[in-house]
Ligand binder design. Structure first.
Ligand code: UDP
Length: 485
């Protein structure tokens, strides 16, 4: 069935992210970039995330300047109080893959996703984690559909080798061998990728495990998509983007999207602008005032994104490590960061005293602004892809403490390939934390400052006029207008 009976001169693009902070945020930035280019955009979000964006951001005002920008919502299939942090995020993907297809089809057919001027969706950009169901609907209705992957290209490349890895993993993990042994089945990474650097879905004793299987399946589906959009840039990941062409011949690398959007907004307004925030938590800006009173490059910013949960003992080890390093720190402790069974929040008084002296704790920070602040000299991060890109653009070296999914591989690339920091992988020991913080902030500072400054320069150049990401975005818009790609 072909849906578009009436020709539309302006494309209406549907953008449909997996409803989680790290997916909604970059895809909303892309949506805004497309709206700035004059396309009509419909952003389809889960009710749960949409309501949080309305509550915690100025999103409604921000997008009111694009009269043809529509927000629409869809149920993620989970009860409102279902946990959506930690390993529970997988539930969202399973639930949507199971239940959303008929609802999406109905919304498209009935014109609920269009406006009077552009009633029908003529192009779809959907989250690659949705695998085949958005592609099935698009194919049936004759709408070109492109997949957007919010992970790094290097990680996405490794996902294509999960079927090959399966047998090795079973043999290996059952024998509980050395996690530092090199993995040989991911081309291009043979010399540095260890078992402990594989995406967390590989840490299973049984590869019939749901998340391992799901990643394999949805990755393979992307080969059916009209094209692939990646939030990365060629100077950082060009070699793996080139390899991905084997599976996905049409790739648009248009990142880092936050820098891209900031650049185009500044171009338009001719003044420096405030970064567009797409946060799902209440941001506490008091930390910016605190940073204003700290010496340059003296503070290590600590944040583990929107999903990581940890045990009380991990929290205490990290905390002692930071305090014992004697460096200043700004730490984001989300209210839902501690695992449920570790609900007791009492901490040793000596930690609280030291924190009052040279630390600051907030429940959520304006991260882009924090990283850009001259007082921040390092970032202890979970290596989520957005945080990694934000740190790269700000030229801030990282200590990586990955939690799950692509974070294990990102952290390996940060330390071994790009040389932008240190990988603390799998360790939560106060002595190691203390040593790494001192290495990053003092002992090896010079070495990291050099490499991070150079990568920041390249990241900014690629979103400037004539840069690779800038040109790729222009091409994407052009292809959507022509409906050719
Ligand atoms: N973030 C923020 N303030 C915080 C913590 C996180 O604004 O206190 C933002 C951060 O800037 C990034 C996103 O939340 O854009 C987290 O995405 P990422 O991919 O790094 O990790 P995830 O939350 O998906 O694990």
């Amino acid at each position: 069935m072909e849906m578009n009976q009436r020709p539309q001169t302006i494309p209406r693009v549907l953008i449909f992210p997996m409803p989680a902070q790290g997916h909604v945020s970059p895809m909303l930035k892309l949506a805004e970039l497309l709206a700035m280019s004059g396309l009509h955009v419909t952003f389809l979000n889960s009710d749960h995330i949409h309501n949080r964006l309305i509550k915690y951001t100025d999103m409604e005002t921000r997008f009111s300047k694009y009269p043809e920008f529509l927000f629409r919502t869809i149920w993620d299939g989970l009860e409102e109080d279902h946990p959506r942090t930690g390993e529970s995020v997988w539930d969202i993907i399973f639930s949507m893959n199971e239940k959303t297809k008929p609802v999406l089809r109905e919304m498209l057919v009935s014109g609920q996703l269009g406006s009077g001027a552009t009633p029908y969706v003529t192009y779809m950009i959907t989250d690659g984690l949705f695998g085949g169901f958005t592609l099935d609907v698009a194919e049936e209705l004759g709408i070109p559909c492109v997949h957007f992957r919010t992970t790094s290209s290097c990680c996405f490349w490794s996902y294509f080798f999960f079927p090959l890895l399966a047998q090795t993993l079973i043999n290996y993990l059952h024998r509980n061998e050395d996690m530092d042994r090199l993995v040989t089945s991911v081309p291009g990474m043979e010399s540095f990728l260890r078992f402990r650097d594989l995406p967390s879905m590989c840490r299973v004793s049984d590869t019939t495990n749901k998340s391992f299987q799901m990643i394999s399946q949805v990755t393979n589906q992307t080969r059916r998509a009209r094209a692939l959009i990646l939030n990365t840039f060629d100077d950082l990941e060009g070699s793996f983007v080139n390899r991905l062409i084997e599976f996905c011949p049409n790739i648009y690398t248009i990142g880092p999207l936050h820098a891209h959007l900031n650049h185009r907004q500044a171009q338009n307004s001719k003044t420096s602008t405030y970064p567009s925030s797409n946060n799902l938590y209440d941001i506490d800006r008091s930390c910016l005032t605190w940073l204003d009173s700290q010496p340059p490059n003296s503070v290590i910013y600590v944040s583990f994104g929107s999903i990581v949960v940890m045990t009380k003992s991990e929290l205490i080890e990290l905390w002692y490590g930071l305090v014992n390093s004697k460096q200043r720190f700004l730490w984001v402790m989300r209210p839902d960061m501690l695992m449920a069974e570790d609900g007791d929040r009492s901490v040793p008084a000596e930690l609280e005293d030291a924190t009052r002296e040279r630390g600051f704790i907030v429940s959520y920070a304006p991260q882009e602004q924090v990283l850009a602040h001259s007082a921040v000299g390092g970032f202890l991060t979970h290596s989520g892809w957005n945080s990694t890109l934000e740190s790269i653009v700000a030229g801030v070296p990282m200590i990586c403490w990955p939690y799950f999914a692509d974070q294990q591989i990102n952290s390996r690339f940060v330390s071994e390939v790009w040389k932008l920091g240190l990988d603390m992988k799998d360790v939560s020991d106060r002595k190691v934390v203390e040593m790494m913080v001192n290495d990053l902030m003092v002992e090896r500072r010079e070495e990291f400052v050099k490499s991070t400054a150079e990568m920041a320069r390249l990241a900014k150049m690629c979103v400037n006029e004539g840069g690779s990401s800038y040109c790729n975005l222009e091409k994407l818009v052009e292809d959507m207008r022509c409906g050719t790609k």
